[in-house]
Design a protein around this ligand. Structure first.
Ligand SMILES: Cc1ncc(COP(=O)(O)O)c(C=O)c1O
Length: 379
C-alpha cells in the first residue's frame, strides 16, 4: 500500500539510539545522553518574551508564505553583514527548521539521473533527502588526519553532478573547513557549473576559527544555496525555525513546494526569530564559551582513554576514534548498555565513520565528568 520512494529510506539512527536510551531511562537507569544534537540551554528570555508579545498582539493568522517581511529583511541584512553574501529579502524563504529548507532545496534542484556529492561522514538527513528527490548520492572521501576535510574532490565529479553539499562547522565531526578547502570546492563548482548547498547551521558555534561562507566567494553567488537556522545558535530546536537564501530561479521553484506543503513557518515563532537576530547576542557568546569548556574537558578525558577525536573546532560534537576498543557500533552499544552513556555510532553518518562514535557534548560539565568515569570503568 505504500510508495516505493520511501522503502529504501531508513529511520534516523540518532533518533533510534535516543529511543533506546529513553527505554532504559523508563526502566529507572540514569542515562547520560551524548546522543542528541541539541543545546541543553533554555532559549534566551528576550526571545521567549517576543513570542509571548506576538501572541498577545494577535499574530495568530497565516503569514506570507516566504515569511514576514521584517524577518526576511533582517535575514538578508544578516547574510550581507555577517556572511558577506550579496542577497535580498526576495531571495529568502523562512522555513519551519533548517531541515525543511534542506528538503525543499533537494526537491527543487535534483531529479532522476542527477548525482549529489556528500563528504563522508555527513549529517544523517542529507542522503535520504537526495534519495527522495530521485537522485543518487556520491560519497566523497575526506581525510581522517586533516579533521575530515574533503580530499581529491574532483575525482567524485561526473557529468551528472548537480549538487555538492557542505556543512561547516560539521555534524558529526565538529570540523571546520579552511578557506583553502572552500576555495577548492568553489573552483570545482564554478568550472563544472555545479550548485553548492551550504548548511551553516553551526556557524556561531565555532571556537578559535572564523566561519567563512562559500556563497561570499568570487563567482559563487549564482551557484550557492545557503541554509541556516535558529535551533543551534539560539537554543531554539523545538521552535522549528530556519531559512534558505537561493538564487532567484531556485527560490521560485522552492517557494512552490513551500507554499503547497508547509505554507509558512509559525507566525509568532517568526517574531521570536526576529528578536533573536536583532536582540542581544550575549547569550550566544555565553553558550559558545560554555561549549568550549565542555569540549576541552571531554577531549582531555578521551585522550586519557587513548581515544583520539582530532580537534573539533566547531559545533558541539566530538567524533571519537574508538577502534582501539572495537567498531563504533559495538562500542556505542557497550557504552549504552553497561555505562548507561548514550552515544551515536559513527556509521550512522557514512562508511568513513565505522571506527567512530559521535559524542554530543551538549550536556553539563558534571555529566561529562561522570560519563568519562563510567566510560573508563567499562572500557
Ligand atoms: C547539520 C545539520 N543541519 C540541519 C539540521 C536541522 O536543524 P533544524 O532544527 O533547524 O531543522 C541539523 C540538526 O540536527 C544539523 O545537525
Amino acid at each position: 500500500m505504500t510508495a516505493k520512494r520511501l522503502l529504501n529510506i531508513t529511520e534516523s539512527a540518532t533518533l533510534r539510539i535516543s529511543n533506546l536510551a529513553s527505554e532504559l531511562k523508563s526502566q529507572g537507569k540514569d542515562i547520560i545522553s551524548f546522543s542528541l544534537g541539541e543545546p541543553d540551554f533554555t532559549t534566551p528570555s528576550h526571545i521567549i518574551d517576543a513570542a509571548k508579545a506576538s501572541l498577545d498582539r494577535g499574530d495568530t493568522h497565516y503569514t506570507p508564505s516566504p515569511g514576514i517581511p521584517e524577518l526576511r529583511k533582517a535575514i538578508a541584512e544578516k547574510l550581507k553583514v555577517e556572511n558577506k553574501i550579496e542577497t535580498k529579502p526576495g531571495n529568502v524563504i523562512v522555513t519551519p527548521g533548517a531541515k525543511q529548507a534542506i528538503f525543499e532545496v533537494m526537491l527543487s534542484v535534483l531529479q532522476e539521473g542527477d548525482e549529489a556529492i556528500l563528504f563522508d561522514p555527513a549529517w544523517v538527513s542529507y542522503d535520504p533527502c537526495i534519495q527522495l528527490a530521485g537522485a543518487r548520492t556520491v560519497w566523497a572521501p575526506t581525510s581522517r588526519d586533516n579533521g575530515f576535510s574533503p580530499e581529491n574532490i574532483g575525482e567524485s565529479v561526473t557529468k551528472k553532478t548537480k549538487l555538492i553539499v557542505i556543512n561547516s562547522p560539521c555534524n558529526p565531526t565538529g570540523g571546520v573547513y579552511s578557506k583553502e578547502t572552500l576555495k577548492e570546492i568553489a573552483d570545482i563548482a564554478i568550472d563544472n557549473n555545479i550548485l553548492v548547498l551550504s548548511d551553516e547551521i553551526y556557524e556561531k558555534i565555532i571556537y578559535d576559527m572564523k566561519h567563512i561562507s562559500i556563497g561570499a566567494m568570487d563567482g559563487m553567488q549564482d551557484l550557492t544555496i545557503t541554509v541556516n537556522g535558529f535551533s543551534k545558535a539560539y537554543a531554539m530546536t523545538g521552535w522549528r525555525l530556519g531559512y534558505v537564501c537561493a538564487p532567484k530561479e531556485i527560490y521560485e521553484q522552492m517557494l512552490k513546494l513551500h507554499s503547497h506543503s508547509v505554507s509558512q513557518a509559525t507566525s509568532f515563532v517568526q517574531y521570536a526569530g526576529l528578536a533573536a537576530l536583532k536582540g542581544d547576542q550575549a547569550p550566544v557568546t555565553a553558550m559558545v564559551s560554555e561549549f568550549k569548556k565542555r569540549r576541552d574537558l571531554l577531549i582531555k578525558g578521551l585522550e586519557k582513554l587513548g581515544i583520539k577525536s582530532g580537534r573539533p573546532d566547531g559545533a558541539f560534537y566530538a567524533f571519537a576514534d574508538v577502534s582501539k576498543y572495537g567498531s563504533g557500533e559495538k562500542v556505542a552499544e557497550l557504552l549504552l548498555n553497561k555505562a548507561f552513556v548514550a552515544t551515536t555510532p559513527g556509521s550512522a553518518f557514512g562508511e568513513a565513520g565505522n571506527d567512530y562514535i559521535r559524542i554530543s557534548y551538549a550536556t553539563s560539565q558534571e555529566r561529562i565528568k561522570e560519563a568519562l568515569k563510567r566510560m573508563e570503568a567499562v572500557l
